[in-house]
Ligand binder design. Structure first.
Ligand code: PLP
Length: 390
């Protein structure tokens, strides 16, 4: 098992961490010399979520800006966290192995194909560092989740942005046409954040099959659990078939673990060896989080119930937007994007003044709001505030 925890790999990961720290302090110290435009990309989606939360009104009554699941974590998960506290002076080696084993069994992959970390963000960063090195090109849709490419750009890579199609989906043909001998990685977010659109599974599989023979493809499946059949839509089958695909998953969304921090990638074992050079891996995850993930992984009733409530809140939001005469992009995830009739920052401020946190974007010469799906009472607060300013 490539990522099993034993003393040797612990020492190795500590050494890697030291190397990584040196790498980072070097990268950060060069930040001052980096042009302003590139410095600004450091304010990527992750940090933009944080910034939006920190800047929001102190009385945020509806927290609809970070695509979290307010219905989680489940009762069993909370109980497992409580029980894990007594033994949390211990490193969670055995439990980590149990969790990796559970994921491997469910997905039908060997444990050597799984690399875990404290959320998928550290693994996106490791991929940015590895695939963006030597000034390589990272191809992404635009707009899409910018964490990986913006970190890569900060470290010297070139971010190649390919506009979405008229249906706000990833333009796979146009992305493929951008591949050159300098391409380090193609990044696909499916379903896509911030548009909530999903690609046709067979089309994406064919793309991955073809493209991964030339360059690795990173498929970020953070929101895949919101689809009716996540396993059928996942590109993990392509990893199993031997393709050079990296699939990222997180417990932060439907599982409701955003504050607990647990995620993983599934890829070829040799690919994981490359990413492990830039990731702390298992050692980043706390014992209570590991216990929580073991208790919550594939907890069918909880997942089904959270999904049902999310869909009900989303339908309510659609009806509010329609009644107010607004279009929206039909979403396959726990957020919805729609064009607004006001400058984005002003819209966000007006909503924030009414206790509602949302995010805004500008693309296709329009201002857009992305609203995360919350509890029904939060959606009602959104509706009340929106009606006042729309
Ligand atoms: N990938 C996508 C597409 C996301 O939207 C997010 C967070 O919003 C992440 C990855 C990071 O998630 P985490 O680090 O919590 O696993």
């Amino acid at each position: 098992m490539a990522n099993s925890i034993n003393r040797r790999s612990w020492i190795k990961s500590t050494a890697i961490l030291a190397g990584g720290t040196a790498f980072f302090s070097g990268a950060i110290s060069t930040l001052a010399a980096v042009p302003k435009r590139i410095q600004q990309t450091f304010l990527n989606d992750r940090l933009a979520d944080q910034a939006a939360i920190l800047e929001a009104t102190p009385v945020m009554k509806a927290r609809l800006l970070a695509n979290e699941n307010p219905f989680g974590p489940s009762v069993n998960v909370k109980k497992a966290i409580q029980e894990a506290l007594d033994s949390s002076y211990q490193y969670p080696f055995m439990h980590m192995k149990e969790l990796t084993g559970k994921i491997a069994a469910y997905e039908g992959v060997p444990e050597s194909s799984i690399l875990m970390d404290a959320g998928s963000s550290p693994l996106l960063l490791a991929s940015a560092m590895f695939y963006g090195r030597n000034g390589s090109e990272i191809i992404t849709g635009d707009p899409s989740y910018s964490s990986l490419p913006s970190d890569a750009e900060l470290l010297g890579a070139k971010w190649v942005k390919v506009p979405l199609t008229a249906e706000y989906k990833m333009d796979l043909d146009a992305m493929e046409a951008k591949i050159t001998n300098k391409t380090g990685l193609v990044y696909i977010c499916n379903p896509n954040n911030p548009t909530g659109t999903v690609l046709d599974t067979e089309k994406l599989k064919a793309f991955c099959e073809r493209v991964s023979r030339k360059v690795p493809v990173f498929v970020d499946e953070a929101y895949i659990d919101y689809l009716p059949d996540p396993q059928a839509a996942s590109m993990i089958s392509m990893v199993k078939a031997g393709s050079n695909i990296i699939v990222a998953r997180t417990f932060s969304k439907l599982y409701g673990f955003a504050g607990l921090r647990c995620g993983y990638v599934i890829a070829q074992p040799d690919t994981l060896k490359d990413l492990m050079k830039y990731s702390v891996g298992n050692m980043s995850i706390s014992a209570p989080t590991v216990a929580a993930a073991i208790a919550g992984y594939q907890e069918k009733d909880f997942l089904k119930d959270a999904l049902k409530k999310t869909l009900a809140s989303k339908e309510f939001l659609y009806s509010v937007l329609t009644k107010e005469g607004y279009d929206y992009i039909p979403s396959s995830a726990n957020f919805v994007m729609f064009p607004i009739r006001m400058e984005g920052a002003r819209f966000a401020k007006e909503m924030s003044n009414r206790g509602v946190g949302i995010r805004f974007w500008k693309f296709n010469d329009k201002d857009w709001c992305r609203v995360s799906i919350g509890k029904m009472e939060e959606m009602q607060l959104f509706a009340d505030a929106f009606k006042q300013i729309s």
